[in-house]
Every structure is written in structure tokens, then in C-alpha cells.
Write a protein that binds this ligand. Sequence first.
Ligand code: GLN
Length: 278
Amino acid sequence: MKGITLRLCHLYPELMNIYGDRGNVMALERRCSWRGIRVEISSLSIGDALDPSAFDLFFIGGGQDREQMLVCDDLSAGKGAALREAVEDGAALLSICGGYQLLGKSFLTWTGEYLPGIGLFDAETVGGDTRFIGNVAVRCDLEGAEGTLVGFENHSGRTRLGPGCRPLGKVLHGYGNNGEDGTEGCVYRNAIGTYLHGSLLPKNPRLADWLILRALRRRHDLEALPPLDDSLEEAAHRAALSLIRRESLRPGMIFARGKPRSPFRPRPDRSGAGKGSR
Ligand code: GLN
């Protein structure tokens, strides 16, 4: 795929980067370069202007409530509108946890701060008094990325989706959007929001390619991406799934002997990781 360049914008890399989120950018870059696609990575942060036509793919990671407040102000000051314009025009986007929350309509933290979102996703988030922490498995039916997704979540926010977007998948194990309705993440056009840290993309290569293909289609007429040898990535995916299965065999977990017993029932928070915001 010589002569093709993917323009990737990493938003707030120094503020929004926890639990290996930066690995998503590395995975996108490597999967492109293995195919001969050049990747230009630009980092934009507080105060930088965002040209909606300058990028094919956006990435924003997770963050703690106090970093989210800084980013929230900056998004309201102009970047949010530019991001919405880019996604309406076909750009692809991946947002994780704290980033995902800020791209919805609002985030009311557990300590009572109201953070207005940019409204890209029809989603509202409210902080809870316990944190949802642990490994997650999700059944995803996104065209071209069908199958399980695996990751790790740690959030107090409970997100509820409105009719303007659809979930990324159904929770098989873990909490997902809110620990109640069985949904995880959201999809609007080529933009994805998810609670899955991990890093997510290195062990979910189909999702990485979903994003790359849609990002490239913003400026190129492409049917599909050439396949890669994903044996290592699939082995990592299987290892994460079998870890989750082992956890599920313990009392109180959602899976019973590998089969979902009650896929949509949240398991009790036994993390003891405490209350309130991070
Ligand atoms: N601070 C947010 C929450 O607790 C997001 C956390 C994160 O990005 N992991 O819900």
C-alpha cells in the first residue's frame, strides 16, 4: 500500500494516558507500517488549534477526573466543535474511558463537578460511589470486527446511551457502560468510545483494522486492508480471554464454566479500591 499516508492525531497525550492507552497509537502505527502505509502522528494538547480536515484518525485516552476538567475546558474552547466536524466528515476516532466520557453530552463526577461534553456521542455519564475495576470481555458485532473484545476497566462513571448512538458490544464479563444494561462503549459513524484500557488494540487487532480502514477511506477508495499474520495478537487475545474465564469460575462471577450465566448482571465490586473520583 505504498504512497498512502494515514494522518493520526493523538489528543492530550500527556494528560489522557493511563493503563497503557498509548499502546493503541503504537498498534495503529505498526499495523499500518507492516502494510507499507506511512503514518504521520501529531500530538495536540491544551491551547493547540485543531483543523478538522487535517487528520484521518483521532485518538484520546483515559484520564483522572482532574485531568478531564482541564481537557473539558479546552474541548469547549473550540477543539470539540472541530472534532465533531471531522467525524461528521468521515474521520475515524477511538476514545477510551475518560476520553469517551468527555465526547458524550456530560459527565457529572462523584464529587459533584459538572463537565459538559462535546455531544459527539449521545451519552451521559454520572460518577458512582464505587469504581468498576477488572478485566472485561465484550461481544462485538461491528462489521469487520465481529467477535470478542478484551480489555481492562477502571472507572467510577456510569454511562447511559441515548438513541443517537449504538453500543460497541454486549458485556460478557465485567461492567461496561454502567454495570446494569449490559452495554459496553458506543459507536457513532466511524467514532468509537469504550471503557476498555489494556492496551486495547494490540490484543484486539480486528478493531484496530476497523479503525485504520475507515480512517483511510476518508481520502482513499479502499475495499479492504491486506491481511497480516496476527498469530501473536490472537494468542494475546486468547490469553486474556482464558484469564477472564478462570476469574469467572470463582463464585460471584458472571461466567459459569465458560458459559454466560447472567451476562448482564454486574458482579459485586470486591476491589475495595474505594469510593469517589480519581
Ligand atoms: N475519571 C473517570 C472515571 O473514573 C475516567 C477514568 C479512566 O479514564 N480510567 O470514571
